[in-house]
Design a protein around this ligand. Structure first.
Ligand SMILES: NC(=O)CC(=O)C(=O)O
Length: 267
């Protein structure tokens, strides 16, 4: 129920801001307004930025005077559907729109014969652009869920000057225990920046059971904050000085042997 889901998101962010007056940025999960499932996408798709979910996010950002990275919704543009993350400024302007670049197509086999089949590519179109937004003084690179598995994207964001990556996500419970934290900490280690994910809470009655465990990882790849499986709001103060600190102490970016890599690729 989109109206109920959006109302709940608005209530949660409002509560977070009331309890944390210094809050500057709120982040929501992938597909936060509707069920996450290929069979549901067309039914729940909305236009960006004039659909009901975008209007609510814009209004919320303006009322609270904060940035909002609005998880993702299924966007309808002409005949095409995208899995799209929208970003709102404290004045309610749309300042970024990231269409999931790497669609989630997977067939996971489970020992008990169960498993998960998912094929976003059957109904969605992949985005073709990287997306960097300015949150205050800081550049933030965006991805949606599966985008987190691709280190090339994260590397590009670092080279574009990002100090934080945000991935609204919904890993399934089969992959979550193995890959969720690992990928997030890997992206943070490789690129020496903050990596933040936001997941739907786990609902065992749902057709697609999300892993939960929204997480904030710092540039040392330490987990600063982690949610559990259930509905939960986590809040953290981000010390962006850590980014320069880590990059100064372990200057991997200056130590890259691009000459060797380029030669090897030609072989
Ligand atoms: N929802 C996703 O895009 C991805 C996912 O669950 C995975 O990569 O695993």
């Amino acid at each position: 129920d989109v109206v109920t889901n959006v109302r709940e998101a608005v209530r949660c962010v409002g509560e977070l801001k009331a309890e944390n007056p210094l809050l500057q940025l709120a982040i929501l999960p992938e597909s936060f307004n509707a069920p996450y499932g290929v069979e549901h996408f067309a039914k729940y798709a909305e236009r960006v930025p004039d659909g009901q979910t975008c209007r609510a996010l814009s209004q919320l950002a303006r009322q609270l005077g904060i940035y909002i990275i609005g998880g993702s919704i299924i966007e309808r543009d002409g005949n095409r559907l995208y899995n799209t993350c929208t970003v709102w400024s404290p004045t309610g302007q749309l300042i970024g729109k990231h269409r999931k670049i790497h669609l989630f197509t997977m067939s996971i086999e489970a020992a008990n014969g169960g498993g998960v089949q998912f094929d976003e590519a059957a109904v969605l179109t992949a985005g073709d652009d990287v997306t960097v937004v300015e949150i205050g003084q800081h550049k933030v690179g965006l991805g949606v869920c599966h985008d987190k598995r691709f280190e090339e994207l994260a590397r590009i964001y670092r080279s574009m000057g990002c100090s934080m990556l945000v991935y609204p996500s919904a890993f399934c419970i089969c992959q979550g225990p193995m890959h969720w934290e690992l990928l997030q900490r890997a992206r943070a280690t490789d690129n020496q920046l903050f990596v933040v994910t936001c997941s739907p809470a786990r609902n065992n009655m749902s057709g697609y059971v999300a892993y939960g465990h929204s997480m904030i990882v710092d540039p040392w790849a330490r987990v600063q904050r982690e949610a559990g499986e259930g509905p939960e709001l986590i809040v953290e103060q981000i010390d962006f000085d850590l980014v320069d600190e880590v990059r100064r102490q372990i200057p991997i970016n200056k130590q890259r042997r691009t000459d060797v890599y380029t030669r090897a690729q030609k072989q």
